[in-house]
Structures are given as C-alpha cells and as structure tokens.
Design a protein around this ligand. Structure first.
Ligand code: TNX
Length: 629
C-alpha cells in the first residue's frame, strides 16, 4: 500500500515537473514562483475588470491577442473572468504605483494592482507567459497555455527610459508609436523625444513657422555621417519632416495609454543649427547661408571631449530676441506635453562664437563673468525661469552643471557616471544614461561586422550597469535610460536592430532588483525573446553570438585570445585562408600567432550548428587592435 502511494506521488510530481516550462520574463520580476498546472485560454474566456480604470487595459489585451489566437474575447465588468484585472480596494503598499501581483492556476489568472499602470504591466507579464506564437502576425495553431505562477512585481526605479533622436534622421509618427509600444512592453515608462538638433527641427511651432518650413529639411546625402558634403549653392532641401501639433497630441495619447510619459527635448543653446538656418538672427554671426546639416562634419574633435565648431550652431545668449524666441517655443512645447519635465539639452555647446562676439563680451562685463563658459550658466538660468513660469521642470545634459544651475534642475548624466555623481552630491535629481553602458547608437559587437560608429558597447556590458554609484545617496537617482542617437540610423528597422537586445538588458537594470542580476539567467531570457521578436517582426542584433577577438603584442609576438559573451559557444578559427567550420581548430586557450601575412577567420557554433557571423581579420588589423605589453 505504502509503496503504491509512494509511486503515485512520484508520478504526480514527475508530471507536475514536466508541466513546468521555463519562464522568460523581461524585465525579471521581483518575486516569481511556479507551480504545476496550466490555464488554457480559449474562445470563451472572459476578461473582467472590477473598476472602470481597468477597462482600457482589458481591451488592449483582447486586441493584442486577437490575431494569433483568432479569439474575439469578451470584456465584462466584475470579478468573474477567466482573466481578472482587479484594482485593489485597499492599496497594496508593497507594489506601489506601478507594481502588480499575478496569480494563475488551472482555473484562470488574477492580476491585481493599485493603478491602471500596474494592470498594464501585469498584462505585459501575461503576454510573455503565453507561448511565443502570441507575438505572431497571423493565426497560430497552438494551445494558449499560461503556467501557474505567483508573481509580486514592482520597479526598482521610477524613471525607466529610452531616448530617441528624430533629428539626425526623421521618423514618422507611426514609427515613433511602434517604437514606444515595444518599449512599453518591456515596462519602460519614459520616452525622451530628442526633437531638435543641427540636422533638423521636428516639432511644429505655430508662432515660428520657419522652424519647420526651413529647419525640418536638409539636402539629400548618402554615406557615413560626418563624411558628407555641405549643401551646394541653391541646392533644394528635400529630406526630412516634422510633427504637427495634432501628430504630437496623438503620440502623447498613445504613449499615455501605455503608461509612457514623453519628455520632449529642445536642444539649446548648442546643437541649434537647424533653428539658426530658419532664423539666422538668433546666432552671433547671423549668417543667412546657415544650412540644416545633412551630416557634414561641422566640428573638429580633438579626442579628449574638446572640440571646435566650424559652422555656427549656437544661439546668442546676449540677445533678448533669443529669449523671446525661447519663450515662444517653450510655450507651445509646454502646452503639448502634459509631463512636468522639459529637456533643454545643454550639451556640447561651443563657446567660440560667443567669445568673439561684442554683445556677449558686453554681457559678460555687465554680469561680471570672467569665463565665456559661464555664459551658458546665465543662459540656462534664464531658460529655467521661462520653464518655471509655465509650470515645468528643467532637465538637461550634464554640461548644465558647468555654468551653475539651480538645485531644482534635473541632470542627465551622459559623459560616464561622473556628472551624475557630482550632480547627486550637489542635491540634484539625476537620470543615468552613461555612454559606457547606455548608448544604443554604439555598435554591439565586432567592429568589422557591424557598421562602424563612435564606439562599441556589448549587451553584456549594458546588462552589467549599476545606476547607483558607490557613495551616492540612491534617493537622488531617479533611474536611467538608453539613448538612441540616429546619425547612422536611417529607418525604424535599423533603430530596432540597434535598440535590442540592449534595451532588454536595460529594462532589467532599471526595473529588477539589484540582487537578481545574473548574466547567465538574462541571456537565456534574451534568447527566448529573440524567438518572440522574430515572430513580432521586430529587428535585433545577434552580435552576442559573435566571437570576441583580442590580441596582444609582446616582444613583436602576436597572441590571440578568443572569447564570447555566451559561455556555451564553440569557437573555431583558421589562419590558413580556408573557411572555418566545426572541423577547424577549436579555440581553447591563448595562442601565439605565427609570423607572416596571415588572415584570421573565426566562427562560432552551438550544438554543431554555425551561429555567429564570420569574422575575418588580416594581420594589420590584428596588430592594430593589439594591447601592447
Ligand atoms: C553626444 S550625448 C551627443 C549627441 C551625439 C552622441 C553620439 C549628447 C548629449 N550629445 O549629439 O549624437 O554623442 O553618441
């Protein structure tokens, strides 16, 4: 009798275990426990909401799953659905404004939250718990099962953002909406919209029509950004576009439905060439030939962060007309975006034109300012007053610290985390977006495979980011962002390629508890999401599958070290001008390369199948990248 019971229990536990699937949620929930058993969604499943705030979340869920499942599910008020979306009568303190709890068993799913934002996030978790086919664009034949889990989840940081630069290249409002939708599904809640720069002014300002009539268009150019020719005399500017007030309202509404706040950025006083092309009188030299930059090199960079701008792209801080201009711009911006923050840029402002300008000199004298650099502080303080009068808070890149800024200003730390540390120590709120971890425009893998750009940043490095530096009071760190600059990104498909999987890594960084950080675990979830992205037709980089090639030069001897971000890849290489495959030498330890004009070829495999790109490097390149010892 005992024996049979034991056997029954053993079998039961075996079945229970075999029913457990791997859970691949990004960002990783705070607490998640899995049990045996599944709930299967069917065409009769009802989605209920107990309070009216939950209705739009319920409808969104139905819409999202209707194509792949073929179900037209019903929404019902109450607490009786197979999937229940419940707003807590008594707030659950633990989960705060954006958190949720999620309980599923064989009978159904209950998502509870204090707010509709929490329900929205619970739904994102639900979608990720469904089979990957839920992401498909057509009807799929599969069992729509949801594993039995108990989840308690809430974000680590209140500010979880991605910045999208629509100036260097214009992206339509449909593109922007699609991009926001993808971010919201990873529980990002902030979309920083970089709307103006030297390469285009993208927001309609009704009181200043030339900003978009002139400033939104540049001449057509191809080739690498920075290598392109400036406009020819009389050449017509045909490339670009802008968002009307109606477009902006539509995008703001769309974002709100997904719990995403939009932070608009108007980048001043530098990076303003498009505005100056429209209104040359805003600059010191008032050159009527100022053009919207098509991606020509407009500055000399000296490698240590210092630079000289060759075509004036800076507003004149000594001219009252400039503040009248700013007042007009920010009046309309403030009306269009309900959010309290407005980003005013402040980065990479070249002061050379100010130094040579009589008006600026006179102003410096009047203000008793010795260094022209400090004029930016004067400019920013004036701008902050303009924003305050409109009930808005100033946010700027970390350069705003340099000229002195009020403690209420929020600082976005981009030049590493240094600016952020300094700002937090001065009592400013800080958003962390360091180039070293969060720059989504940097290439993700091997330089000779991915198109070259300023620097490289692998997904494992982004994942390793810790936004609260040692010695800084965490209360000042609002959170962080990834920044997608688009100098080299002409379309949404490529924007996605550059964004993912790094933005998934950052989603974990900004949402999940610090203690849950585990690269092996993340990389498994990331790979599961590659399959989902394929079905959703969202692009992403597979650079994580490529080998990492390092060389060392010591006493004229070149050594080769191969590695990868994933620990379970096999790396094969050749130096005999043959194509490598799984029968070629398998890399296991650092080797010394023979002399001569060799070419290294490297490829990764997993389970006997080729996986990464073929990397081909000639001796000269191997020597160039060598660390010298
Ligand atoms: C610096 S980050 C910039 C941008 C560039 C970016 C390229 C920042 C505030 N300014 O104008 O697009 O580097 O990585």
């Amino acid at each position: 009798m005992k024996k049979t019971l034991f056997l029954v229990l053993l079998l039961a536990s075996f079945f229970a275990k075999s029913q457990k699937s791997t859970l691949n949620i990004i960002p990783q929930p705070v607490e998640i426990e899995q049990f045996a058993g599944l709930f299967t969604l069917n065409k009769a499943t009802i989605i209920s909401y107990n309070k009216v705030e939950g209705r739009s979340a319920a409808e969104m869920l139905i819409q999202k799953i209707s194509t792949p499942t073929g179900f037209s599910l019903k929404v019902q008020e109450g607490k009786n659905g197979g999937i229940q979306l419940n707003i807590n009568d008594v707030p659950n303190e633990k989960i705060g404004k954006e958190g949720y709890t999620f309980e599923s068993n064989t009978k159904g799913v209950v998502i509870s939250a204090n707010t509709s934002a929490g329900l929205f996030y619970g739904i994102q978790t639900l979608i990720q718990l469904l089979p990957k086919e839920i992401e498909g664009k057509e009807l799929a034949k599969t069992a729509w099962t949801i594993p039995s889990v108990k989840v308690t989840d809430y974000p680590r940081f209140a500010w979880r953002g991605v910045m999208f630069d629509v100036s260097r290249n214009f992206f339509s409002k449909e593109d922007v909406k699609k991009y926001i939708d993808q971010l919201a599904r990873m529980k990002f809640n902030t979309f920083h919209w970089h709307l103006t720069d030297d390469e285009g002014w993208r927001i309609e300002i009704k009181s200043l029509p030339k900003l978009t009539k002139v400033g939104a268009y540049r001449v057509a150019r191809y080739g690498h950004f920075g290598d392109r020719a400036i406009p020819k005399e009389g050449e017509v500017a045909t490339e670009g576009g802008f968002y009307t007030h109606e477009d902006i309202k539509e995008v703001v509404r769309y974002a709100q439905e997904r719990n995403v706040t939009i932070v608009p950025e108007i980048d001043v006083p530098g990076h303003s060439m498009a505005a100056i092309a429209a209104y040359p009188e805003l600059s010191c030299n008032k050159n009527p030939k100022t053009f919207v930059n098509p991606g020509a090199s407009i500055a000399d960079w000296y490698g240590n962060g210092t630079f000289k701008v060759l075509y004036e792209n800076t507003l004149n801080p000594s001219d009252e007309k400039v503040y009248e201009f700013l007042d007009k711009v920010f009046t309309e911006v403030a009306e269009l975006f309900p959010n309290k923050y407005i980003h005013v840029g402040g980065d990479e402002c070249y002061k050379g034109f100010w130094a040579a300008d009589e008006g600026c000199q006179a102003l410096m004298k009047k203000l008793n300012i010795r260094h022209v650099e400090d004029l930016q502080g004067y400019f920013m303080n004036r701008l902050e007053k303009i924003l305050k009068a409109k009930g808005k808070k100033l946010l700027g890149w970390d350069e705003i610290l340099e000229g002195g800024i009020s403690p209420e200003a929020t600082v976005m730390s981009w030049r590493g985390i240094k600016g952020g540390i300094e700002a937090a120590k001065m009592g400013h709120d800080v958003v962390m977006t360091p180039t070293t971890f969060a720059y989504l425009d940097y290439n993700q893998g091997e330089n000779t495979v991915d198109p070259p750009i300023y620097a490289g940043l692998r997904v494992s490095k982004s994942y390793s980011f810790e936004p609260v530096p040692d010695g800084v009071d965490a209360k000042y760190i609002l959170g962080g962002q990834g920044n997608l600059w688009t100098e080299q990104i002409p379309n949404l498909r490529y924007a996605e390629y550059m964004t993912y999987p790094r933005a998934w890594a950052l989603a974990d960084v900004y949402w999940s508890p610090k203690v849950s950080k585990n690269w092996e675990n993340f990389s498994k979830r990331m790979e599961a999401h590659f399959d989902r992205a394929d079905l959703a037709q969202v692009n992403y980089s597979r650079a994580v599958y490529d080998a990492i090639v390092k060389t060392t030069l010591k006493n004229n001897k070149l050594s080769l070290e191969l590695g990868s971000e994933l620990s379970d890849l096999d790396i094969y290489f050749t130096i005999d001008d043959t194509m490598p495959d799984s029968f070629s030498p398998k890399y296991s330890k650092i080797i010394e390369l023979p002399e001569g004009p060799i070419t290294l070829r490297v490829i990764t495999y997993r389970n006997g199948k080729p996986l990464g790109h073929l990397i081909t490097l000639k001796r000269a390149e191997l020597e160039k990248r060598a660390t010298k010892q």
